[in-house]
Design a protein. Structure first.
Length: 166
């Protein structure tokens, strides 16, 4: 299953840096966007000078293969395949975080931990605000009216960028 998951993986990533004049408020394409991640996340972001929203997907092939396995009654295989997909997504997330951390470090910044709608005090409906941080950019992930992402094997997140004290 791991080999099949690797063969089907087509990771796509979208991220951008959004200046943060004050916590909870930022501008995208001259449009005011309010981010309300909840008290816990606001504490994490309180020293940030910018936000770094991230969308990552392994592609629609994972949904299609999982559906195909289930339709053939191969439930255990579908579970293992889906698990391999989530492990791939986790590995790709860690690789991106390491890469972006190094890239911004040389510019004098560091990252907060990754925050995400649906975790801690940030409600899942915060997905709408997070997606809004990308403005009109074409995204590799779609958001449903119930705030779920398609393809399913996708992850959203938000980092804060803080200046490194010298």
């Amino acid at each position: 299953m791991a080999a099949r998951a690797r063969a089907l993986a087509a990771p796509a990533l979208q991220y951008r840096m959004v200046p943060l004049p004050r916590i909870g408020e930022c501008k995208v394409n001259d449009e005011q966007i309010l981010i309300s991640p909840g008290a816990e996340a606001e504490k994490v972001l309180s020293s940030s000078v910018a936000l770094l929203p991230v969308l990552l997907t392994m592609g629609p092939q994972f949904d299609e293969e999982t559906d195909r396995l289930r339709s053939r009654g191969e439930m255990v295989e579908a579970l293992f395949f889906e698990t391999a997909g989530w492990m791939s997504l986790e590995g790709t997330t860690k690789s991106f975080t390491t890469w972006i951390r190094e890239r911004i470090r040389v510019q004098g910044y560091t990252l907060t931990r990754r925050l995400a709608p649906g975790y801690g005090t940030w409600p899942l409906s915060g997905q709408r605000d997070l997606f809004g941080l990308f403005g009109t950019a074409a995204l590799p992930v779609r958001l449903s009216d119930s705030f779920l992402m398609t393809p399913k094997m996708s992850r959203s997140g938000l980092f804060g960028l803080m200046q490194i004290s010298r």
